[in-house]
Every structure is written in C-alpha cells, then in structure tokens.
Design a protein around this ligand. Structure first.
Ligand code: SF4
Length: 327
C-alpha cells in the first residue's frame, strides 16, 4: 500500500502543479473562496497577497489528488466534469464571473450523481473535526449547483494517512442561495475593475486567519454575547504593553509640544520676530485663519426640504481599541 501511495504521490505532485498553473482565477471568483469576506477576495484578485502557495499547499493538493486516485482504484466511478476521465475540468457560469473546479464527479450506473470535494488536513486538526467548515460545505454545495447535480459529497482526509477519511453528503445549493453568491461574485469583480474596495464582512473566525488582517482597517463587530465576554490571556500581554507605551509617549509628546510652543511664542514676542533660529532648526510663528464650518444641524433644522442623506459621506469603519486599567 505504501509503495503504491508513494508512486501515486510522486505522479500527482506534477499534476497538481500543472493544474495550479493552468487556472487563472484573477478574472473569476472560485467556489473555494465564494463564502469568504468580499474584501479578502478583492485583495486576492488585485494581487495584494504575497502568498502564492507553499510546500504545504502543494502537498495538500497532491494528497487530495492521490486520494481520488485511490478511491477510483477502489472501485468508485469518479470522473470529471463532462465525463472527462483524466483531467479536472472547469465549469464557467455563462452570465456571472464565476468558475469552479470540482475535484471530481461521482458516477452511479454510468450517470453523474454528485460532485466530490476533497480536503486534506493535518492529522491533529483532522482528529478534531466533528463538523466540516462552513466554507467547505458552501464550496461543495455550490459546485454541485454549478455542475447541475443534486448531490454533493465532501471528504476530509488525514494528510498523514490516506485511509483516514471522514465524509458528508449534502443537497446541492438551491437557485436562491446560489444566486446570492453569484451576485456577490459579480459585485466583487466589478469592484476589482473599478479599483474600489467592496464592503468587508469581518468575522472573528475569518479575520483571525486572514492574511490581510494587519493591513485591513475593517472592524470585527462583536456579537452581543462577545461584548459581555472577557478572556484573560497572555497573548495580549505584549500588544497591551505596546498600547500603554504608545499612550504614554503620546501624552508626553503633547506635554513637550505645549511647553515648547509657549517658550517659542514668548521669545517671538520678546524679539518681535516671527522667525527664530537655533543651529539648523527654524521656528516660524504664524497665525492661521479660523476655520469656517457649516452648522449642519442648524441648516437641516431650518431647511427640512433638504434630503440630508444625499449629502452624507459614509467613511470606512475603523477598529477602535480602548485601553483601561483593570481593577
Ligand atoms: S481581516 Fe477580516 S475584514 Fe479584513 S479582509 Fe480579512 S476577513 Fe475581511
């Protein structure tokens, strides 16, 4: 068994890499990403990610193909879209920028029965899996919709042992559910064309693993439950100390600025000079005109005929973190 496995793996690694090169997903949204945050998909499409896969992803893909190969040898009739036997075929939606690549199509009595999706995971995680990830389920059911099949089969395989598998069967996605995802893909690709970031859908479990989390200014909106929950963990020890230090430095900077400005102003008055130099540093004292602002509250109160919403500009939500001394 292990000899056959090694031979199969060696063979399929090349196929995995070839397949990967063949798929250009920059113009389409794929099933594996369709359940994701729109902003994350957008960042991926515009090439913001430096991540182009690594040994782990290649190995994962190879393991998935090896398993399919073994399932076929074991007697399961697995083919590809349109009945292709030897290569996976893409399915493009005729009206939406969506392209999917089911891992395989399971045939029964010579007729296509269900799409097959295989996920290879590390053994530690594999043991913990009770229910499949929502994104896997969405991908598999969506693939079934795209392939025009009624059933979807999802298989998770332990990457260290191809005989260790868990499987689930679902109904294909229905028209309404699929249409919502197709529209989502269309909006994202329009945003890519126009260079305008789409709305984000932050969620704790998504943002935690997102490769863009450090540069993304979108908020995770805590649920009512999360708002009440407090967790004590050393994971925030270092960032909390950094935040505290940043606050102290800001306070100190403000104090220094106030003192320096007062001293410079007094000296400027003493010499009746608006420019004061010491070494290569020059201070220029100037009076800026007061800013003119419009009292919008008063304006809209006195002119109720104005549609306020037409003049509102909605900024991007940003994360605010308050630092408090805990008791
Ligand atoms: S960090 Fe969260 S909100 Fe930002 S792109 Fe990633 S998943 Fe979306």
């Amino acid at each position: 068994m292990s000899g056959m496995r090694n031979k199969t793996l060696k063979d399929v690694v090349t196929r995995a890499i070839l397949n990967k090169e063949k798929w250009d997903r920059s113009k389409f949204v794929g099933a594996s990403e369709i359940a994701d945050c729109p902003l994350k998909i957008y960042f991926n499409k515009i090439g913001k990610s430096e991540f182009k896969g690594n040994g782990k992803t290649e190995r994962g893909r190879a393991v998935e193909i090896a398993l399919i190969s073994l399932l076929k040898k074991g007697g399961l009739d697995i083919r590809y879209h349109d009945g292709h036997v030897n290569h996976q075929k893409e399915i493009k939606h005729p009206d939406f920028p969506v392209m999917v690549h089911p891992d395989g199509i399971i045939y029964q009595y010579n007729k296509p029965y269900a799409v097959l999706e295989v996920k290879s995971v590390g053994s530690e995680y594999f043991r913990k899996i009770k229910e499949p990830l929502n994104s896997w389920v969405v991908q598999t059911r969506f693939n079934a919709y795209m392939a025009g099949l009624k059933k979807a089969v999802l298989v998770a395989v332990n990457a260290s042992d191809l005989e260790d598998i868990k499987e689930w069967e679902f109904d294909a996605m229905d028209e309404t559910e699929a249409l919502a995802l197709l529209e989502k893909a269309k909006k994202i690709m329009t945003a890519v064309e126009m260079g305008i970031e789409p709305f984000a859908q932050p969620r704790e479990d998504r943002c935690k693993w997102c490769e863009f989390k450090n540069e993304c200014s979108n908020v995770w909106e805590p649920s009512e439950e999360a708002k009440e929950k407090e967790v004590e963990t050393d994971e925030v020890k270092e960032p909390l100390e950094k935040l505290k230090k940043a606050k102290e430095l800001k306070d100190e900077a403000k104090e220094l600025e106030t003192q320096a400005k007062a001293q410079i102003l007094n000296t400027a008055k003493k010499y009746e000079a608006a420019k004061l130099r010491s070494g290569n540093l020059l201070a220029i004292v100037e009076t800026r005109r007061a800013r003119v602002t419009i009292d919008t509250k008063k304006l809209f109160a006195q002119h109720p005929e104005i549609d306020k919403s037409k003049y509102e500009k909605v900024g991007k939500p940003v994360v605010a973190i308050k630092l408090k001394e805990a008791k």
